[in-house]
Design a protein around this ligand. Structure first.
Ligand code: VL7
Length: 135
């Protein structure tokens, strides 16, 4: 059985979110608000088609993608940049490359036991988040 990311996931840890936001050029005031947030991910997976919704009390973000298909992504409500974005499988991991103005930008998701892991990368900064399924 292939891995299924579908579900509702609540953040339980968030390491170096600040460094990631600085690398994206997010201003001080927005970083102070964003650092307090407890994002929830709602993921719908239908084969190789995904919708990932990130909800917070401040802003929400949604991305839809099909594995291997490059799409234009505008990171609206985050740093508001345009990227050429593609997500691929690497074994059971979801590996996203966000090509654009920022070097080395992307994210990787994987599931470890009952945890959803996420690494967000921009330039030399890596933010590591862990989510658990809502009960
Ligand atoms: C990554 C936000 C910080 C601006 C607001 C904070 C609002 C919630 O890329 C993401 O998810 C991927 C992988 O799951 C799928 O789309 C969302 C959120 C990081 C970066 C920028 C701070 C302002 C946070 C939307």
């Amino acid at each position: 059985m292939p891995v299924d990311y579908s579900g509702t996931w609540d953040i339980v840890s968030n390491v170096n979110f600040e460094g990631y936001m600085v690398a994206l050029g997010i201003d001080f005031a927005t970083r102070k608000i964003a650092s307090m947030l407890k994002p929830q991910k709602v993921i719908k997976q239908d084969g190789d088609c995904f919708t990932v919704r990130t909800f917070t009390t401040f802003r929400n973000y949604e991305s839809s993608f099909k594995i291997g298909e490059e799409v234009k992504e505008v990171t609206k409500g985050m740093d508001n940049r345009s990227c050429q974005t593609v997500v691929n499988w690497r074994n059971d991991k979801l590996v996203c490359v966000q090509k654009g103005e920022k070097k080395n930008r992307g994210w990787t998701h994987w599931i470890y036991g009952d945890e959803l892991h996420l690494e967000l990368t921009c330039e030399d900064q890596v933010c590591k988040q862990i989510y658990k399924r809502t009960l």
